[in-house]
Write a protein that binds this ligand. Structure first.
Ligand code: ZN
Length: 297
């Protein structure tokens, strides 16, 4: 009986120490982030935003300021690794951090907590789709050329050439960085199903209804080669639909708003941003990829 009481006391003390440790860790992290936000944004980084991140110039001043802080924290917390001989420099890091930060603007979302490293190849890269059998023998099903991919835990992979083709071009309606970080948001609840953690439980029924309807529509359009502002690649599965629609939401918002008003409004509610209002009428377009020689995942 004495031992049981001692065990309970020990358990309570250990639990208390662990909770206190976690709280202390969170407190220190918040303080460190606040310190980062107070530091001046490097002029070199600002030049990179102006030259390499076309959407930056469209942001209202208060969102530009918030984005600078998001970039500072992101760069402090995430690792970058050059692959295939690529040397990581400030241009690569700030460009990727800028679009990652853009998805977090104006809301209380953490900095992709499951993400540790960002791997960057100079160009499209070949990856193997493999599965393990009996825990010892690995069977490679196929190899594919990729422009980027998001792993559920730990890593993101990019082609720098693809980023360069898209990031600085205000008329480009595709953006592999937004695409892969949208996957990260989608996966934040542990499942890549096109439904990220929504800010309000009450939104889920409408989210599921609108997303399913729009996904089915895109599947029909892709099947019959009917063009849409949303790329046909979104018809691959609901997770890709969310990622591709996120690209359209930021890169071609007027066309998305015009052709899919309900879907656009749903994304405004989730991202707490209204990219259509950042653009003057007449800048929209409607271009689709003509094929997928390389794929995103
Ligand atoms: Zn994808």
């Amino acid at each position: 009986m004495v031992f049981e009481t001692l065990d309970i006391v020990l358990l309570l003390v250990t639990g208390g120490v662990i909770i206190a440790g976690i709280a202390l860790g969170i407190g220190l992290k918040s303080r460190h982030r606040r310190k980062l936000l107070l530091q001046p944004f490097p002029p070199e980084y600002l030049d990179i935003l102006k030259n390499n991140v076309a959407l930056y110039a469209l942001l209202p001043a208060e969102l530009q300021a918030e984005l600078q802080g998001r970039i500072a924290v992101f760069l402090d917390e995430k690792e970058f690794e050059g692959c295939g001989g690529l040397q990581i420099d400030a241009r690569i890091k700030v460009t990727i951090a800028a679009f990652a930060g853009m998805l977090l603007l104006n809301k209380d979302l953490d900095y992709y907590p499951a993400l540790r490293s960002i791997l960057v190849y100079p160009d499209a890269y070949v990856a193997s789709d493999s599965r393990s059998r009996l825990g010892t023998v690995t069977v490679v099903d196929r190899e594919s050329v990729r422009l980027g991919e998001s792993w559920t835990y730990g890593n993101l992979v990019f082609s720098w050439q693809q980023i360069e083709n898209e990031a600085g071009n205000i008329h480009c309606h595709h953006n592999v960085i937004l695409h892969e970080f949208a996957h990260q948001l989608d996966q934040s609840d542990g499942i890549a199903d096109g439904t990220p953690l929504l800010p309000d439980k009450g939104i889920y029924p409408e989210w599921r209804q609108v997303m399913q309807r729009e996904y089915d529509r895109l599947c029909r359009e892709a099947e019959h080669a009917v063009r849409d502002v949303i790329d046909w690649y979104g018809a691959t599965n609901p997770a890709e639909f969310f990622a591709v629609t996120t690209e359209s939401f930021f890169c071609n918002p007027l066309a998305l708003q015009g052709a899919h008003r309900k879907l656009y409004e749903l994304f405004v509610e989730f991202y707490r941003l209204d990219p259509a209002s950042w653009r003057k009428p007449g800048v929209s377009g409607n271009k689709n990829r003509t094929g997928h020689q390389s794929e995103r995942s």
